[in-house]
Design a protein around this ligand. Structure first.
Ligand code: BGC
Length: 534
């Protein structure tokens, strides 16, 4: 009984009512405007210099790399021009020590090495041909420009963008911490290491993963107005949307094409409301924040994204375990247990270690609808080393996990609704009845059960959206934004290079790609071939 009552108290602290959601939207809109007016606001609202979204007819072969979470991906993407594409990629885990390396060079040298391995494996013929050509050329700088791969660099951290392939790192997030890189141009850092290896690769575009997601969604499912928002709900969270240039009041440093009257803005909404004016703040949110390398920053992200939800759950569970009046994960004898023995927790249980609980446990808890919660109880045993948990234990654990997941989804609705309202698309008479398209990606939205349904439930309760508006908002998964989207932006960037003709090079590569069947895969990497499904 005590456990049930205490659990309810904990769960209650994660409530995020319809009223809270509406307050959140109002404040989000205010912080968006502030970010469009000046630098240094909580919502950075970073101009990306991308001024159009694709329409599905784009063609060509491009490269993309993606740094932003636990893995580094290298891809080549064949855009077929008919809304489909073919993607080849390798993925390698980023060694933990490189995430906190002393110098930027250490990390970026590792990235360049992976690009070399990828080229040798998947575009070997082309690569070798150019090595030969380079050796016979008198020019010391190597390759002719038209023989160089255009690469889109998806770098999913806050960057002050200074042009389509230039941007300085504002701060690290998601557990990365290499102070040496802060303030430096990340494209130049990568290009330097690529050049040291003499690779035929030019970093043509710098892309946030949310911008890539927006591009990929627009390419694969073009509607009357293209997608308006690309959002990530994964290890971190963020969104990029299409804004009218007239609303962008702060000065822009670089050149851009203003013919569309629009520009994609990277909101960096992970830092929405760092001041905690409207964000919920439980004792466990406070504890979590204080133990991170960036306290007081990314406060919205710390309540929403996959990197943090497992830790919030762990902290709440630990508090309940410490309560002497509550029998949680312990019993006097096995009689109250439907399984074999007395409940206990191993000393080495991940429950006692910071970051020990992976957010995937929340998904398992939410997905288990068996009457005995047997799947969750098995997970508690095998993953968290809680032996013979009772049904009541599992129910309490599930209730808390679901409350945290539900709050995250409702908070996600705040950002989505604010952006929809900001664009004015719901009330645009030209778009009457048309879907408002949003591309999303990330482990939470993909794997957490009913995450999208919970977002929709909150959207229906938002003033200015309501039942009708929510019906028009189409939230669809946009897989591989960081590959396809980056390729699309590299394509735009290549078009902007006045002196270059890439046609021969692309024809050459396309022939090459047809000939190369994807066989050899480097060890410790994954290979996949995908076509846009939607
Ligand atoms: C970063 C964003 C990124 C998001 C999703 C956040 O931590 O600041 O740039 O888009 O994670 O990967």
């Amino acid at each position: 009984m005590a456990l049930e009552t205490q659990t309810k108290t904990v769960v209650g602290q994660f409530d995020y009512s319809d009223e809270d959601v509406n307050k959140g939207v109002t404040e989000f809109l205010r912080q968006m405007s502030e970010g469009l007016e000046k630098d240094g606001a909580s919502l950075s609202q970073i101009p990306t210099y991308v001024t159009a979204v694709p329409n599905g007819t784009e063609k060509g072969l491009y490269m993309a790399v993606d740094l932003g979470g636990t893995n580094f991906r290298v891809c080549s993407i064949q855009l077929n021009g008919d809304t489909t594409f073919r993607l080849t990629y390798t993925k390698v885990a980023i060694p933990k020590e490189l995430m906190v390396a002393k110098t930027a060079e250490e990390l970026f040298a590792f990235l360049a090495k992976q690009i070399e391995i990828f080229l040798r494996t998947h575009h070997g013929e082309h690569f070798e041909a150019h090595i030969r050509r380079r050796m016979t050329m008198s020019s010391p700088e190597g390759f002719k420009d038209e023989n160089v791969f255009r690469l889109g660099f998806t770098f999913s951290f806050p960057v002050q963008q200074l042009g389509i392939n230039k941007g300085t790192l504002i701060r690290w997030t998601k557990g990365f911490d290499i102070p040496d890189a802060v303030g430096k141009d990340v494209c130049a850092l990568l290009q330097t290491e690529i050049d040291k290896l003499h690779l035929p690769v030019k970093v043509a575009a710098l892309v946030n993963d949310t911008v890539g997601t927006l591009m990929a969604r627009s390419y694969s499912s073009p509607g009357k107005s293209g997608a308006i928002l690309g959002a990530i709900f994964g290890t971190g969270t963020n969104g990029a949307y299409v804004e009218k240039l007239s609303k962008l009041k702060k000065p822009l440093a670089g050149e851009y094409d203003n013919s569309t009257g629009e520009m994609v803005i990277n909101t960096e909404w992970g830092s929405f409301d760092n001041q905690l004016k409207v964000l919920p703040n439980t004792p466990w949110d406070i504890q979590l924040d204080q133990a991170t390398p960036n306290p007081g920053i990314q406060m919205y992200e710390k309540r929403v994204s996959g990197m943090y939800l497992g830790e919030i759950l762990r902290l709440a569970v630990i508090d309940l375990l410490k309560n002497p009046d509550v029998a949680f994960f312990r019993d006097e004898n096995s009689s109250s247990n439907d399984w074999r023995s007395t409940t206990n927790i191993a000393e080495h249980s991940p429950l006692f270690k910071q970051w020990g609980v992976d957010t995937s446990v929340l998904s398992v808890a939410a997905a288990d609808t068996t009457p005995e919660l047997s799947i969750l109880r098995q997970e508690l045993e095998s993953n968290l080393h809680v032996y013979a948990p009772s049904l009541e234990d599992a129910q309490a654990f599930k209730a808390i996990a679901c409350a945290i997941g539900r709050r995250a989804a409702r908070l996600s609705a705040v950002a989505i609704a604010a952006i929809v309202l900001q664009t004015g698309k719901l009330t645009d008479p030209e778009l009457e009845g048309e879907p408002i398209d949003i591309g999303v990606d990330g482990s939470l939205v993909e794997h957490y059960p009913y995450f999208r349904d919970m977002i929709y439930e909150a959207l229906r309760a938002i003033k200015g959206v309501g039942e009708e508006g929510a019906k028009r908002i189409r939230i669809g998964i946009a897989k591989d934004g960081s590959g396809v989207g980056a390729a699309l932006i590299a394509l735009v960037a290549a078009g902007m290079e006045k002196t270059t003709s890439t046609t021969d090079f692309i024809t050459d590569l396309r022939l090459n790609a047809k000939k190369t069947d994807l066989t050899a895969v480097p060890e410790h990497s994954e290979l996949s071939e995908l076509a846009a499904a939607e």
